[in-house]
Structure formats: structure tokens, C-alpha cells
Write a protein of this length. Structure first.
Length: 343
């Protein structure tokens, strides 16, 4: 299955392809057996396809229990009362209420379908008819689960890691462009800043959505906690870069001199420090104490320049502005230090 999926994935996506495959297998298997209920199996197979294997396993469990509950209610109502639209609606209400109380909300949709399928019954062999439909639906769910589990099973954690890595690369580029605009911040136009920020934040948004799936299966695992913190840190970096650029605009840019050298040095070192920590978080590399030490030295140099400016009345305004820049870079460094400790 690897080659066909590789050819169509750029156009359709793996989940869409697997849904189609599950439908095809469900229909083919039950048509081959001569069953009249193949479409029921296909509906169940569609619902079994989920974005992660763990999510699929949980949905499969809930759907199986929900089907049993729906089948029991439909059977009791079908044997005791006349079947008509009113009793079918009452059955739907009963099964929905019961599943919510049992915390099986994932099964609600298919359970109502089961109620309708079963109560819309022939006049004879009601119990046999009910068991046949439940069996077909359970088999369709199993086919969908097996397709989801064994045909290119989704590696959500790796995809989230890749998106965070892309966001980190975007942050590094963002800071490099900020450095290039230190002397003339007005040349780094607002529209371009917004585009750069949105480009990297799209990766972080995708990673956040993927991490929601990871959380469902391993909410307390260290891997999930590290990735979540790494993703949140990149958000902070992107926002801090935009804030620093606004501060540069208030100064009209920094001319050549020790202040500009200190700011540029701190920004370059925060890139190095960020990449070192993110390699630990994303790739499992060993920590690089030299990156942290170099960052601390650059921050001390910037702090020294800020203190000198604030002590000079004529340059105090610039000193306060650079103090804001210093605070943002410190915050970025604290984020990396916290992530490093977690790793």
C-alpha cells in the first residue's frame, strides 16, 4: 500500500485515502458474502477512521459499547411497542441520554443510526434481524479500525515535532531580519513583519492542533509536556520579536556604537541558545552549556550598556527603550532555560 498512498497523498491526504479504502473493503467484503447490509458496515467504517491510532482505539471502544446499548434499547422497544416514527424518536432520545450519562458521547451519532436501522425492521425474525445488523456494524467498525491502525498509521507526535521545528526555523529567520533592520527599522515594513509572523505561526498552530491529539492519548507524558512547552515558547519568541521591532521604531534605529553592538550580540546569541535548546527538546541531543554561557555574557553586556545610558540624563530615554528590548530578550532566555530544565 505504500506506493499508491505516496502517489495520491499530495492531492488527498492519508486520512481521506484511508477512509475511502475502509469504505471499499467494507462494501466489498459484505457484497462478497451476499449481505444486504453492506452500507451499514461502510457507515461504521467511516466513523472508525480517526487522526490518531489512540483516538481510533478509544472511538472503537465507545462505538462498540454504544452499539450494544442502542441495540438493547431498540430490541426492547421493538418487541414491546409498535414501531412508528414516534417510537423511533423516543428510542433515539433514550439512547442519547443513556450514552451521555455513561460518558460515551463519541458513540452517540452511530448509536442513533443503529436505533433507526434496527427499528425500521421487517415483521418477522426481529431478534435475528437485530443481531445481524449489530454484527455488520461491529464488523464495519473493525475494518475501519484495522485500516487506520495498519495502513500507514499516523505518527502525530512526529508531525507535531516537525511543525515546531519549522516554527523554530521561522523564528530564527524572523530575528535575523530584525537584526538587519536595527539601523533602519522602518525598512522592515509592517506588512512584511505580519507575513513573517503569520508564516511561522501557521506551523505553530498546526503543531498545537496535533498536540491536542497527543494529549488525548498521553496527557502526562514527558514527551507531550516538552513539545507543548517548546511550541508555547516559539509563540512567545514571535511576539517578542514584533514588540522589539516596535521599540526600535520609537528610537528611529540604532547608530553604530556599543549600544547597537550589544543589542545585535544579544539577539544573535538568543538564536544560538534557542536552537541548542530546541535540538535537545525535539531531537534528543545533549545540552550545550556553551550556548547558555554565551547568551548570559551577551545579556550582561547589554545590561551594562543600558545601565550606562540610564545614568546619562541626555540619553536616558534611549536607555529606557533598550531596557524594554533587554526585558524581551531576557524573557526569551527564561523560556529556553525553563524548557531546558524540563528536558
Amino acid at each position: 500500500m505504500e506506493l499508491p498512498l505516496r502517489l495520491v497523498q499530495p492531492f488527498l491526504g492519508p486520512r481521506i485515502v484511508k477512509t475511502g479504502l475502509a469504505v471499499f473493503l467494507s462494501l466489498a467484503v459484505f457484497h462478497w458474502f451476499g449481505s444486504d447490509y453492506a452500507s451499514f458496515a461502510a457507515v461504521a467504517a467511516i466513523l472508525a477512521i480517526q487522526p490518531s491510532v489512540n483516538k481510533a482505539r478509544e472511538v472503537f471502544r465507545q462505538q462498540l459499547l454504544g452499539n450494544l446499548v442502542a441495540g438493547a434499547i431498540a430490541t426492547v422497544l421493538g418487541l414491546l411497542v409498535p414501531v412508528n416514527p414516534l417510537t423511533m424518536a423516543v428510542g433515539s432520545i433514550l439512547v442519547l441520554g443513556l450514552l451521555i450519562r455513561l460518558k460515551l458521547s463519541e458513540a452517540a451519532g452511530l448509536a442513533v443510526v443503529v436505533i433507526i436501522f434496527i427499528m425500521d425492521r421487517p415483521e418477522r425474525d426481529f431478534l435475528l434481524y437485530t443481531l445481524a445488523r449489530l454484527g455488520v456494524i461491529a464488523a464495519g467498525m473493525a475494518i475501519g479500525y484495522l485500516v487506520n491502525r495498519y495502513i500507514r498509521p499516523p505518527d502525530v507526535t512526529s508531525r507535531a515535532r516537525d511543525e515546531i521545528r519549522a516554527g523554530c526555523d521561522g523564528v530564527a529567520t524572523f530575528i535575523e531580519r530584525l537584526i538587519a533592520s536595527v539601523a533602519s527599522p522602518e525598512h522592515y515594513q509592517k506588512e512584511q513583519i505580519k507575513q513573517d509572523a503569520m508564516a511561522l505561526q501557521r506551523h505553530l498552530e498546526t503543531a498545537r492542533a496535533l498536540l491536542e491529539l497527543v494529549r488525548d492519548s498521553e496527557p502526562d507524558s514527558k514527551r507531550y509536556l516538552v513539545l507543548r512547552k517548546a511550541n508555547a515558547s516559539m509563540w512567545v519568541f514571535s511576539e517578542s520579536v514584533m514588540d522589539i521591532h516596535k521599540l526600535f521604531l520609537t528610537t528611529g534605529g540604532l547608530a553604530h556604537g556599543p549600544e547597537r553592538d550589544a543589542v545585535v550580540g544579544a539577539l544573535r546569541e538568543v538564536i544560538v541558545y534557542m536552537k541548542a535548546v530546541m535540538r535537545c527538546a525535539l531531537d534528543g541531543e545533549k545540552p550545550d552549556p556553551a550556548a547558555s554561557a554565551s547568551f548570559d555574557e551577551a545579556m550582561a553586556a547589554l545590561q551594562h550598556q543600558v545601565d550606562l545610558l540610564i545614568d546619562i540624563r541626555q540619553r536616558r530615554s534611549l536607555g529606557l527603550t533598550l531596557h524594554g528590548v533587554l526585558s524581551h530578550i531576557q524573557h526569551m532566555g527564561w523560556r529556553m532555560a525553563s524548557l531546558s530544565r524540563l528536558v
